[in-house]
Write a protein that binds this ligand. Structure first.
Ligand SMILES: [Zn+2]
Ligand SMILES: [Zn+2]
Length: 307
């Protein structure tokens, strides 16, 4: 059994990712991208849920942390906000600006490239914005207030994937879409970016024992993202990439040490347990926080001083 687990640990990430992408590609090719994306996404969730029981990375992360409901509600509110934004932008005609000649972009997008190459370019280009949106979430106090919701969990598992304050999600998706709009990317590339981000995000947070090798050089993996959830800023303020690591490599925030990432993850700031308080938390003053939660202690925002 240990041998099977060892082999699985090497092949799981690429097999799951490629299978999900193949199902989504079939959907795109046959005119049902949403349906086939949903099928792949549900299959991925079920696979990771079973694998987390069968071969966990950290056994102690299998225990309930009392945050499952809050994480699900954050997932629903942030996904709902992003979907609302996409519907709103299409009703006011913003979505028409995606796409080449007729669009408002710079019309420098290489529309004659094969779609797979355009998707790769779209992911790398949008990732530039996602990288800086995420990095701002760790280096600017008023953005960290929102991003702290994601880092308040003390264990990583697939259910934490969508746990973002909806303002946090909104900021990063708007920045990503602005880059693609300016470049004049077609809507199909935008759809593929959302698909890739959904699959990689779900894989990134899973508590499954996996090995990555050279995959870590290119893609964001659970191995890299576990460092990002460390309480130690030397490890935590690293690996900001959502999908690919190219911008971390270029801007010097890539981190992958030889030793095992910490089990005791999270953050030093206080976060209330209830979902509705977490939603309000970024907007409240320290005084109001103390009234709502007597255990609250104010900790000044720390911007890591790089050597
Ligand atoms: Zn973060
Ligand atoms: Zn995370």
């Amino acid at each position: 059994m240990e041998r099977i687990k060892y082999v699985l640990s090497w092949v799981l990430w690429p097999v799951l990712f490629v299978t999900c992408m193949a199902i989504a590609a079939y959907g795109f090719a046959h005119g049902h991208p949403v349906l086939y994306f949903d099928i792949a996404y549900v299959l991925l969730i079920i696979s990771l849920w079973r694998l987390e029981i069968f071969m966990p990375h950290e056994r102690s992360w299998q225990h309930p942390d009392g945050q499952s409901l809050a994480s699900i509600l954050h997932t629903l509110t942030s996904k709902g906000t992003v979907q609302g934004l996409l519907i709103f932008s299409s009703t006011i005609g913003l979505a028409d600006s995606f796409g080449g000649a007729a669009g408002t972009g710079l019309a420098i997008w290489p529309e004659d490239w094969p779609m797979w190459a355009q998707v790769c370019l779209g992911v790398v280009a949008a990732e530039f914005a996602l990288y800086w949106a995420h990095r701002a979430g760790h280096e600017l106090d008023f953005v960290w207030r929102f991003h702290a919701i994601h880092h308040s969990v003390t264990k990583l598992w697939f259910l934490n994937t969508g746990r973002f304050h909806f303002i946090d999600s909104l900021m990063s998706i708007v920045m990503g879409l602005v880059v693609l709009t300016v470049l004049g990317a077609p809507m199909e590339v935008v759809k593929w970016l959302l698909v890739v981000t959904a699959f990689i995000g779900m894989l990134t947070h899973c508590n499954v024992e996996m090995r990555f090798g050279v995959i870590n050089w290119v893609f964001n993996t659970p191995g890299l993202h576990r460092w990002h959830h460390s309480k130690d800023l030397k490890e935590g303020n690293r690996n900001y990439g959502e999908n690919v690591m190219i911008w971390d490599q270029l801007f010097g925030t890539y981190y992958n040490a030889k030793y095992r990432p910490p089990v005791d993850i999270g953050m030093k700031d206080y976060m209330p347990v209830a979902f509705w308080k977490q939603l309000l938390w970024p907007f409240l003053s320290a005084g109001v926080k103390k009234k709502l939660e007597p255990d609250f202690e104010y900790i000044a925002f720390i911007k890591e001083k790089k050597p």
